[in-house]
Design a protein around this ligand. Structure first.
Ligand code: SDX
Length: 436
């Protein structure tokens, strides 16, 4: 980043001396006002709950233009990556800043493939859960537990440890998610099959059984790989910010990623794909497309507390480019499976059409986000609704790690420690209980 000629002058109506704050420019996107010296110079904090106007860090990984609906991973448009690359190439790009050449890709694929198994002891963690435990409860536990198996590489300040932890987490998330699914289904775990692709191996561990061979459907394999690419990173969203704040204490990478898993679970964030599909099924049960108008009216009535899940975004005030690509993937998968007339897909498109023509949504710039169509395509692949967010976590792990490693690799980084506007009781004395 570089300092601009422009400066911000903060002046006060109460006559306090004004101060100047430097303004920095990145390679693209909004400039920033550096307020790091504000408290020392004025005794004031800034106030920005939800961080609507706050840049928490400098990053070179992902750029979003919310007004244009643009998303770049290390400068490459998501539309090009989703159609011309695969997920492991995208992982290489996010981690190291460049797309691999043929040799580099083969090397990266080989090292990831050689870390797909988890320690045999990991299976005993699952036994403690009820069979109907939510997969995100299981994943929050399993990812954190990984740190107990790699004492030789949990020093986040050691670049080699960061590198091998990144590879282990990217390689093992599919194995853990598939184990969570098999556990809930009461089926035996399937070991990774290293002859398969990353997405193909995940389908194998999910749907194969020891009783018969399983053939990966190339259309589903490609669709899943694209779903992973679309979810891989997204700037300083809630779970990535959680991973950065958690990692800033110097804790090990597995613990920091487990914190990201826990945050992603929320319905306002990664849990929206599960909530969106449940919403579509509810509308379908109520009567389908004919009931969309009634449902939209409920959403517009604030007292209902009902939101159109899969719609709206803090940054995108235009169509989320990932939602467009997800809709295309939906069409490909549904037609490949002979499900062109899938009622939920038709319902989702009707809902989108009505919402985008309704002033309530237009005024608030509410568009479909990545979660609106992802559930429909995952359901068509045979993935249970409760596993959707775990798959989001699987894909987002590379983004979390890339952002964590970027932070730790920045010599300027400090432990994150926000302050507050205190509005509680001022000092008072404790009275003996008889006098309270
Ligand atoms: C993800 O940050 C990221 O990058 C996240 C993510 C990623 O890749 O990491 O993109 C993944 O989390 C996508 C978002 C998934 N969440 C949902 O689909 C849940 C439904 N959406 C909302 O809860 C909401 O839109 C948020 C949480 C996504 C964004 O919330 P904001 O930016 O805080 O906006 P807001 O809640 O202040 O809403 C502004 C207005 C409000 O109305 P008014 O007070 O102005 O009258 O829009 C309304 C909201 O009530 N609104 C909605 C709505 N989303 C916002 N009304 C109905 N349905 C919705 N979905």
């Amino acid at each position: 980043m570089k300092q601009t000629e422009n400066k911000a002058t903060l002046s006060f109506s109460n006559g306090s001396p004004s101060i100047e704050l430097p303004i920095y420019r990145g390679s693209v996107g909004p400039d920033v006002v550096d307020i790091r010296k504000l408290y020392a110079q004025t005794g004031l904090f800034t106030y920005d709950p939800g961080f609507l106007s706050t840049a928490s860090c400098q990053s070179g990984i992902t750029y979003i233009d919310g007004d244009k609906g643009e998303l770049l991973y290390r400068g490459y448009p998501i539309e090009q990556l989703a159609t011309q690359c695969d997920f492991l190439e995208t992982c290489h790009l996010l981690l190291y800043g460049n797309l691999p050449d043929v040799v580099g890709k083969a090397k990266f694929v080989k090292i990831v493939t050689n870390h797909t198994m988890v320690n045999e002891q990991m299976q005993f963690f699952l036994r403690g859960f009820r069979r109907d435990a939510h997969p995100m409860a299981i994943m929050t536990g399993l990812v954190g537990a990984l740190s107990a198996f790699y004492h030789d590489s949990t020093d986040i300040n050691n670049p080699e440890h960061r590198e091998i932890s990144a590879i282990r987490l990217i390689a093992k998330m599919p194995t853990l998610v598939a184990m969570a699914f098999k556990y809930s289904a009461g089926q035996p775990y399937m070991y990774p099959k290293n002859s398969l692709s990353y997405a193909g191996n995940f389908l194998h561990m999910m749907f194969a059984t020891p009783c018969e061979d399983y053939t990966v459907n190339p259309v589903l394999e490609r669709a899943l790989d694209r779903i992973f690419i679309l979810h891989a990173d997204h700037e300083q969203n809630a779970s990535t910010s959680t991973v950065r704040l958690c990692g800033s204490s110097g804790t090990n990478p597995f613990a920091a990623i487990a914190a990201g898993v826990a945050c992603l679970w929320g319905p306002a964030h990664g849990g929206a794909n599960e909530a969106c599909l449940n919403m579509l099924e509810d509308i379908q049960r109520m009567g389908g497309v004919g009931k969309v108008g009634e449902f939209i009216s409920q959403v517009k009535d604030k007292s209902s507390g009902i939101k159109l899940m899969g719609f709206g975004h803090r940054v995108y005030k235009n169509y989320d480019p990932r939602a467009k690509l997800m809709q295309e993937t939906c069409r490909e998968v549904l037609s490949a499976l002979g499900l062109q007339n899938d009622p939920l897909f038709k319902l989702a498109m009707a809902l989108e059409k009505i919402a985008l023509e309704d002033d309530y949504f237009v005024q608030r710039k509410l568009y479909p986000n990545v979660d609106f169509y992802s559930g429909i395509v995952q359901r068509a692949i045979g993935i249970p609704t409760s596993l959707f967010t775990a798959i989001f976590a699987l894909a987002r792990t590379v983004g979390w790690i890339a952002q964590l490693n970027e932070m730790i690799g920045d010599p300027e980084y400090k432990i994150g420690r926000p302050r507050q506007l205190y509005s509680g009781a001022v000092q008072r004395d404790v009275l003996p209980i008889a006098s309270r």
